[in-house]
Design a protein around this ligand. Structure first.
Ligand code: GUN
Length: 278
């Protein structure tokens, strides 16, 4: 039977540690400020942005909201980012994705100063991670490392299989697991014999966006299962990329959906904001 990795509890521990750090900074008259930009009113984005602002309030970080209309031009958005890049009293800049179709996301990400890139999406941040240099690390993969470490799960020397190769999760996750001395394999939608590969995993991280793709036939006995998926099942209930009930007896540890990886993403965003003070 699997140990349930409680992301909600671990994320609260991290936010409480950060809260104490922010209080110490305040004693030195240092405040942490995050600029949060949302373009348009994608309902999911509004929920995510609201949760990020709530987390800022909890930790003691100032959040400045820039809610721009859907019709905002790319130039207008880039000018705002350039303005925020110049301001010494803004420590982090977050542009909620996805952006409306007429705006080039890559260009927007490249415009954020790497020193304020608390999402860790800038090519310089991604490159720094790949070659072991300092920089902001994408929040979801960083959160997964914290979940494993704080659950007493050893990473070094383990076979780690990652299902999914997105720029935000799969690729940076592979780089981080490599940095932690795991042996890493990345699978994706074109992988042949996916089941053969995932069955080798001591630690299986799934971020492919397919409802309950991974069942007990895909895992080995005692595997640690990290589910990054966030989908709705046939009853409109939130579920992951892993069939939780099916793998539960066979896995040694598992993250639930919701309450596993999700809360960690925001906790690590808060950590990046506090680290931006250095
Ligand atoms: N959209 C979905 N996830 C994220 C995230 O982690 N950061 C930003 N900026 N946008 C997102």
């Amino acid at each position: 039977m699997a140990h349930i990795i409680d992301g909600k509890k671990i994320s609260t521990e991290i936010k409480d540690e950060l809260k104490a750090k922010v209080e110490l900074l305040k004693d030195q008259n240092i405040t942490v400020t995050l600029a949060v930009i949302q373009v348009g009113n994608n309902p999911a984005s509004t929920v995510y942005v609201g949760n990020k602002k709530k987390a800022c309030a909890y930790v003691g970080i100032n959040s400045l909201s820039y809610e721009l209309p859907e019709e905002t031009s790319e130039d207008e958005l880039l000018s705002l980012i350039n303005e925020l890049n110049q301001k010494d009293d803004i420590n982090g800049i977050l542009v909620q994705l996805p952006l409306p179709k007429h705006i080039d996301e890559d260009k927007v990400i490249r415009t954020i100063s790497p020193s304020k890139d608390v999402d860790g999406f800038h090519p310089q941040s991604v490159g720094a991670l790949s070659i072991g240099q300092e920089g902001f690390i994408s929040c979801t993969p960083a959160g997964i490392i914290e979940l494993l470490n704080r659950s007493g799960i050893t990473i070094e020397g383990k076979e780690c299989v990652i299902v999914g190769r997105s720029n935000i999760v799969g690729k940076p996750m592979a780089m981080l697991m490599l940095r932690e001395n795991a042996t890493v394999t990345i699978c994706h939608s074109r992988t042949k014999n996916l089941m053969e590969v995932t069955k080798r995993a001591d630690i299986l991280i799934v971020a492919i966006g397919k409802t309950k793709l991974i069942n007990k036939d895909y895992i080995k006995d005692g595997a640690v299962i990290i589910d990054v998926g966030m989908n709705r099942d046939e009853n409109n209930k939130l579920c992951g990329d892993v069939d939780y009930d099916d793998v539960f007896q066979k896995a040694s540890a598992i993250t639930p959906v919701p309450g596993g990886v999700g809360p960690m993403t925001i906790a690590m965003l808060m950590k990046n904001c506090v680290d931006s003070i250095k």
